[in-house]
Design a protein around this ligand. Sequence first.
Ligand SMILES: [Zn+2]
Length: 198
Amino acid sequence: MEFPKCVLENLRQPLEDGIVSVSRATGTIQFPAKFILVAAMNPCPCGYYSDPEQECICHQSQIVKYQKRASGPLLDRIDLHVEVPRVKLEKLESDQLAESSLDIRQRVQTARDIQNERYKTEKIFDNSEMTSEQIKKYCQLDVAGKELIRRAAEHLRFSARAYFRVLKLARTIADLEQSENVLVGHLAEALQYRPKIE
Ligand SMILES: [Zn+2]
């Protein structure tokens, strides 16, 4: 199932503010709407655009039209963009076990505990809720980090929103590694998750 563009666009306000406003003749009511958005899309209607083994049969205009359904401002509000290439058959048949969900859960819980402790005197609970002032306080970068984000912001033409979202994400990556400071490696990883500019 594919969602109409107007439905996707309506996600922008709740993604940004954590509320949904419903307007009726009798007035406007706001509902709390904090959630984690997990979304997937194909690269083109046939699904094979950029696949190294199978040729895409879509016309260029179809690909552009298809990809435009997720607008730039919507993509800007999604912190982690991950391209998922087709899984090779050998990997599906492999007996090698991946990291267990239990271990991953433990790592996430530790990172959340670090955030709860850090913000115990603030009115927030986790990194995603940081204001720009709190970002300046808790996401201080060293010289290399400042230089990297300056170059990336220029090259990737960051909006102010993207700039702050990258810093929050870098803070979370640092917390997952139980690192007190946001290091240049954490920032570099966060930058990899921005949408790719074609
Ligand atoms: Zn295609």
